[in-house]
Design a protein around this ligand. Structure first.
Ligand code: SF4
Length: 326
């Protein structure tokens, strides 16, 4: 990745909150005060256990959910305040690849119709030109012309995800939110899809927000990583820095669980267990949300919300242990 200073800021997320009112007294705080930015051409990953708010964040960024508080700026514009023309432009520039290639494709539509749908919405093309474009898109994702007349059920999981990617690429987006794009696929297919996403990024200059829980894949694909826990950011840094020097107890525990191919390193590294389950995001306590599961928790951790601090250039951590290091 080039130096960030030379990069264009594409997306700014400012104090994003997404709450769901469950009942008169209960509020589910799926995302709570999240701030980060994404530069053109980079891949930023959001990681954390199920229920930490990763997918809700992705849905806010593509305007499927309206933020409860905070702002999402795409190319400097608040995505909740776009005019009709700007909305159309936004839909063209930002696309999403969904987790489940089985349910995200309409089973009654042929591949030609599914991939061509985006072209119907955004381009005024002749039928011949559209067919040529669909054929080219299928070629880009490793499929061919013969697949155009088939239906989704005639494909394997990996092929269906390729169709989903071709559909996203149809409108020539700049920014793609990849929401767990490989978690429903066989391990043997996962590497193919990841490598294809990387190649497409190089060829087309795409920017990705990659939502995942597989930390080996995240290490391979990301420029920067944001670790979320119960709706909040607990740590973020460039990939090499985060994997080489994790500081938040939750990040350390997550990384210690990543399988290591080298038996010598695997033997030397110790797995750090996290006690208990991720608590409910309904009415979360006003303290460190990881406190109940953290082996380093002190009295202060149960009383005060730790602030996100920059502890090294580009490396931010929200933990009271960092206060002692200052
Ligand atoms: Fe653990 Fe306290 Fe840091 Fe939270 S603030 S992660 S409880 S040490």
């Amino acid at each position: 990745m080039e130096q960030k200073e030379q990069k264009k800021l594409l997306l700014e997320v400012k104090n994003l909150c997404k709450y769901f009112q469950i009942s008169r007294k209960e509020t589910l705080k799926a995302v709570d005060d999240l701030t980060f930015e994404i530069y053109k051409g980079e891949t930023v990953s959001l990681v954390g256990e199920s229920g930490c708010g990763k997918s809700t964040t992705g849905r806010c960024l593509i305007n499927l959910y309206t933020p409860t508080k905070g702002q999402v700026l795409f190319d400097g514009k608040d995505i909740t305040k776009l005019s009709a023309g700007e909305k159309k432009d936004f839909c063209k520039r930002v696309q999403m690849i969904f987790q489940n290639p089985y349910s995200s494709l309409n089973p009654r539509m042929t591949v030609k119709e599914i991939v061509g749908e985006g072209l119907n919405l955004h381009e005024h093309m002749s039928i011949q030109d559209k067919d040529k474009k669909v054929e080219a898109l299928l070629k880009t994702v490793g499929l061919n012309k013969d697949h155009m007349s088939r239906f989704p059920h005639e494909f394997s999981g990996g092929q269906r995800q390729r169709i989903g990617i071709a559909r996203a690429l149809a409108v020539e987006p700049e920014f793609i939110i990849c929401d767990e794009p490989i978690s429903a696929l066989d391990v043997s297919i996962q590497a193919q899809v990841i490598n294809m996403l990387k190649d497409l990024q190089n060829d087309l200059g795409l920017t990705y927000l990659f939502i995942a829980h597989d930390l080996s894949v995240v290490k391979y694909i990301s420029d920067r990583v944001i670790v979320m826990y119960l709706g909040t950011m607990v740590e973020s840094a460039e990939t090499e820095e985060l994997y080489g020097n994790p500081m938040h107890p939750y990040t350390k525990a997550l990384l210690s669980a990543v399988p290591e191919a080298d038996p010598h390193i695997a033997k030397a590294s110790q797995r750090i267990p996290i006690k208990g389950e991720i608590p409910s995001p309904i009415n979360p306590p006003e303290c460190c949300r990881f406190a109940e599961r953290c082996e380093y928790a002190t009295e202060k951790c149960f009383k005060e919300v730790p602030k996100l601090r920059e502890v090294a250039p580009g490396h931010k951590v929200a933990c009271h242990l960092m206060d002692e290091k200052r």
